[in-house]
Design a protein around this ligand. Structure first.
Ligand SMILES: [Zn+2]
Length: 273
């Protein structure tokens, strides 16, 4: 039996093919087949459609989620491979082999070579890390990884004019569909709630974000910039309970997060007190 490599972030090659090869015999594992159901095959197919060349990195977790805990526990106790290798790698390699054997893996397309609209450099889609592929979506890898990193993790420009800052605030509010809080001036990661079609617009915008010091110098605070830009009504004020402001539906809110929820419900057509 060849050694089972562990899961890590460098499991695909430059052409987008998996570095890990499917070994057909691993699909014959009776200890797994004894509880494997059509639902599990659907899980594999769904991962392939969603994550393409990275799909198998999430295979173990997805299989576990689709299986009762006691079944997984009993399998881990019974399968001798689990005494030789980490059980989640055994599961991943089983999934990899099964997807290859049944032809599911044929739906993995090669990663494309593309030109970045921000810097004009060429890149291949498989240059993105798995978390970024998950966040952007495998069919929306529309700029190169360095430009993406620059958009998410820059410190902001301290030289923007007052008009440029206001324009940034208004556009940020439009793209995020809420009143954005000051965190957007920081080195935000990918864990925020902007829907996929708007993400590239957001990234373009964040490359030109103002520095915190710039906003403070021109408007005293982020709240000052929100009010000056018209994103928040001029009656907005900071109180001991939080930022008192109006939601789109006129409902008085005591924080930006409350307003964000209120505006979200309003946009979704929900009626509330
Ligand atoms: Zn680029």
């Amino acid at each position: 039996m060849t050694e089972i490599p562990v899961a890590n972030d460098s499991m695909w090659d430059r052409t987008g093919r998996p570095v890990l090869e499917a070994v057909p015999e691993r699909a014959l594992n009776e200890h797994i087949l004894s509880w494997w159901k059509p639902d599990h095959d659907a899980v594999l197919q769904s991962l392939i459609m969603k994550y393409q060349w990275h799909w198998y990195l999430g295979a173990s977790d997805a299989i576990v989620s689709a299986t009762p805990g006691p079944v997984i526990d009993a399998w881990r106790d019974a399968d001798p491979l689990c005494r030789l290798y980490a059980w989640y790698n055994v599961l991943m390699h089983f999934g990899l082999a099964r997807a290859a054997t049944l032809g599911y893996a044929n739906a993995v397309r090669p990663s494309r070579r593309r030109q970045c609209p921000m810097c004009a450099q060429e890149y291949t889609e498989d240059a993105f890390s798995p978390p970024m592929v998950r966040w952007l979506g495998v069919d929306h890898l529309d700029c190169c990884p360095p430009c993406l990193g620059q958009a998410l993790y820059n410190d902001g420009d301290d030289t923007l004019s007052d008009r440029q800052v206001l324009s940034f605030v208004r556009q940020l509010s439009a793209v995020t569909a809420c009143v954005p809080d000051q965190r957007w001036l920081g080195r935000i990661g990918q864990h925020h709630n902007v829907q996929r079609p708007a993400r590239m617009r957001l990234l373009l915008l964040l490359r030109r974000r103002p520095a915190v010091a710039c906003v403070k110098r021109l408007y005293g605070s982020w709240l000052g910039a929100l009010v000056a830009s018209g994103v928040l009504a001029s009656g907005t004020r900071v109180t001991s309970r939080g930022i008192h402001c109006l939601a789109i539906d006129g409902h008085a809110c005591w924080s930006l997060s409350e307003k964000a929820i209120d505006d979200y419900l309003y946009a979704a057509g929900a009626i509330h007190e």
